[in-house]
Design a binder for this molecule. Structure first.
Ligand code: Z5A
Length: 211
């Protein structure tokens, strides 16, 4: 692969969407061709699956269904968008990727990690992000930011604080296990301070890539 693959992760209200454009602009300024995308979604079919996954319903969705839909959308995303872009030499910046499944369906819902790993091996076939920025902040602060946005809450945002604590802990455990790939960003800071942290990390990545 000639390009680089970056994902952004974190609990709700961490500020991922706010910083996504900054990351893309920063890389473009350095001469990179950048593709911005998201999960679940990123393809026409993936966006339809996203609608099903996020829409609040009266009838609970089975945890296995949720897990398989995440991977169905991801399989499409990898084949149709991510791999072709990386082969062209583009840099791909995705709002969430497979770490979210380990954190939300594994940590949050309690699905056995081994099952998620099996699906990840099947779908990704060893493929992984070059760098993942984990936006870390207290759950209560993330929830306050989401409340202030005054939008209707999606199916995940309706979960309780304990759910997001489990998600956060799972993300942190993954970051501890893979410190080279998963870079912790203190997302409780101001937007400008977060951009400062990101630009330092991006400079290192661009230098290392030698592209
Ligand atoms: N999900 C899953 O379960 N399994 C999977 O495998 C995948 C996903 C891939 C949709 O994801 C849901 O899918 C997600 C997990 C699940 N559910 N949750 N929760 P999403 O990424 O599209 O949705 P989200 O996590 O809810 O993202 P979000 O609401 O867009 O949050 P965000 O991107 O982290 O935050 P933001 O929109 O940039 O900022 C939130 C507010 O805070 C906004 O008003 C900002 O202006 C404000 N903000 C941002 N930064 C700051 C700072 N630094 N200071 C003060 N205020 C700030």
């Amino acid at each position: 692969m000639n390009g680089k693959f970056i994902s952004i992760e974190g609990i709700e209200g961490a500020g991922k969407s706010t910083q996504l454009q900054f990351i893309a602009d920063y890389l473009r300024y350095q001469g990179k061709h950048v593709v911005v995308t998201r999960e679940p979604g990123g393809t026409p079919l993936g966006e339809k699956i996203r609608e099903v996954l996020l829409k609040p319903t009266d009838q609970a969705m089975a945890e296995d269904t949720e897990l398989l839909l995440m991977f169905a959308a991801r399989a499409e995303h990898i084949q149709q968008v991510i791999l072709p872009a990386l082969k062209r030499g583009d840099w791909v910046v995705s709002d969430r990727f497979v770490d979210a499944t380990f954190a939300y369906q594994g940590g949050g819902r309690g699905i056995d990690e081994q099952r998620i790993r099996q699906l990840a091996e099947w779908t990704l076939q060893g493929f992984q992000t070059d760098v993942t920025f984990l936006f870390d902040l207290p759950v209560a602060l993330g929830q306050t930011r989401v409340e202030q946005r005054q939008q209707q809450k999606d199916r995940f945002e309706q979960e309780k604080k304990a759910f997001f604590e489990r998600v956060k802990n799972c993300y942190l455990a993954r970051a501890e296990a893979e410190p080279e790939r998963i870079k912790l960003i203190d997302a409780s800071q101001s937007i400008a301070a977060i951009q400062q942290q990101l630009s330092q990390q991006l400079d290192q990545l661009v230098d290392k890539s030698g592209l």
